[in-house]
Design a protein around this ligand. Structure first.
Ligand SMILES: Cc1cc2nc3c(=O)[nH]c(=O)nc-3n(C[C@H](O)[C@H](O)[C@H](O)COP(=O)(O)O)c2cc1C
Length: 406
């Protein structure tokens, strides 16, 4: 006997029997009960590439395209993520000086850095694991960057071999290095990078964190993803202790040995310009100049290194003053708008590198997304030049901005 008949027989009232009948009918496939009762056909959709108007538009699409653990890997920053917020907030503390009547009708944002001619002072910062974002991985980013005329710095550990990335496009391409304490291993890697066409080598020296609260707190949904690096021999095999306070440490144990003397030793293996990435003080910038490195990247690793480190824009003026034009000063961490880039150029940077911005582009729409992110930023940057009456990059000096901290 079925539920309904049981109810007719045993229920104290017909009302309950009617309720059971109603429940059965409501659940019946013949009444279309499995269909979404509120389909919102005209509204529920993921916006398309041609609807992306700012860099921020790409992030939710990228987020929707990937598992949480891979998104976390991209989004996370050290500890409380205070520095990550500050990397954005700092742009609110710098105003741009508008110059009506002094408009530069056709601003020329072109420049040249270490022998690389660039249409805009905008490049892609090294960041690993593009295979998390799109099947074309780094090859896709490189194609998108080349289409937009932006140089790319390929990370030490990409998701595909450096040689394959090299053959994907023909735009300017630098490669970043995480040194290995074994000089022979580092030398081999440097030789390989240069054989793969690196036009400059960028050595990252900051102490990047290796565990992040965001991943730990999302553990039930995936936690920290397995490494997807192909060339993952960057870190030494330093085992993390499983007992005592050390087990809770934030830093990657395999990079704590870095010294300036070691960086000096790499010079003889590098036949192209060699830059140092991860500089946040005038003192360290001076070390780079004194030791003959060819450029610095002012970077807090997108806040993935030390929480409560300053934003890079705040320390830029003192570094620029120290370097005094002797080597190029690049900057990254938090750049999402053309006006952000304008502010950094006004405070003395020679170029700006993008981390998450172009990752969102790749994750949202593949190579075309990367291209569009770059083109949006280029257009916004040019607009800022026009409105502030600056016709060339050299005209974008400190008088173009009002900074609370500079
Ligand atoms: C997912 C991800 C991976 C990264 N991988 C590297 C890397 O392999 N080497 C490196 O020097 N920097 C790496 N970075 C740091 C970037 O080069 C850059 O400093 C940072 O992304 C800039 O901040 P932004 O993401 O706010 O633009 C990575 C950043 C992200 C977000």
């Amino acid at each position: 006997m079925g539920t309904i008949e049981q109810a007719w027989l045993h229920s104290p009232s017909r009302r309950q029997a009617l309720l059971a009948l109603g429940a059965m009918l409501a659940g019946s496939p013949s009444l279309g009960a499995q269909l979404d009762p509120r389909p919102l056909r005209g509204h529920k959709r993921i916006p398309g590439l041609d609807e992306m108007m700012t860099v921020f538009d790409f992030e939710p699409v990228c987020f929707a395209n990937m598992p949480l653990k891979l998104y976390d890997y991209m989004a996370h920053s050290a500890d409380s993520e205070w520095t990550k917020d500050r990397n954005r907030q700092v742009f609110d503390w710098v105003g741009i000086v508008e110059r009506p009547g002094a408009s530069a009708a056709a601003p020329d944002p072109s420049t040249e850095i270490l022998g690389v001619p660039m249409d805009y002072p905008i490049m892609i910062a090294p960041n690993s694991r593009h295979g998390d974002l799109h099947p074309d991985a780094e090859a896709g980013t490189y194609r998108g960057a080349t289409a937009a005329g932006a140089p790319m710095i390929v990370a030490n550990g990409p998701s595909m071999p450096h040689e394959e990335i090299a053959s994907a496009a023909d735009g300017p391409r630098w490669i970043q290095l995480y040194p290995n304490r074994n000089l022979a291993v580092t030398r081999r890697r440097l030789e390989r990078f240069q054989a793969a066409g690196a036009q400059a080598i960028v050595v990252t020296v900051d102490q990047q964190a290796q565990r992040y609260e965001r991943d730990l707190h999302d553990r039930h949904l995936g936690g920290n993803p397995e490494t997807g690096l192909l060339d993952a021999d960057d870190d030494e095999e330093a085992e993390r202790p499983t007992q005592g306070p050390e087990q809770y440490g934030l830093l990657a144990p395999g990079r704590l040995w870095y010294t300036w003397d070691f960086m000096d030793q790499l010079r003889e293996f590098v036949k192209v310009p060699m830059l140092i990435k991860g500089i946040l003080t005038a003192e360290d910038a001076r070390i780079c100049v004194d030791r003959g490195f060819d450029g610095v990247v002012v970077s807090n690793h997108g806040a993935r290194s030390l929480d409560y480190a300053p934003s890079t824009l705040e320390v830029l003026p003192e570094i620029v003053a120290e370097v005094d034009g002797r080597i190029p000063v690049l900057i990254d961490s938090g750049f999402r708008r053309g006006s952000d880039i304008f502010k950094a150029i006004a405070l003395g940077a020679d170029a700006v590198c993008l981390g998450r911005a172009t990752r969102w582009g790749l994750g949202a729409f593949g190579p075309l997304g990367v291209q569009r992110v770059l083109e949006i930023l280029q257009a916004e940057f040019k607009d800022a030049m026009a409105s502030s009456g600056r016709a060339t990059l050299s005209e974008i000096d400190t008088t173009a901005v009002r900074a609370d901290f500079a």
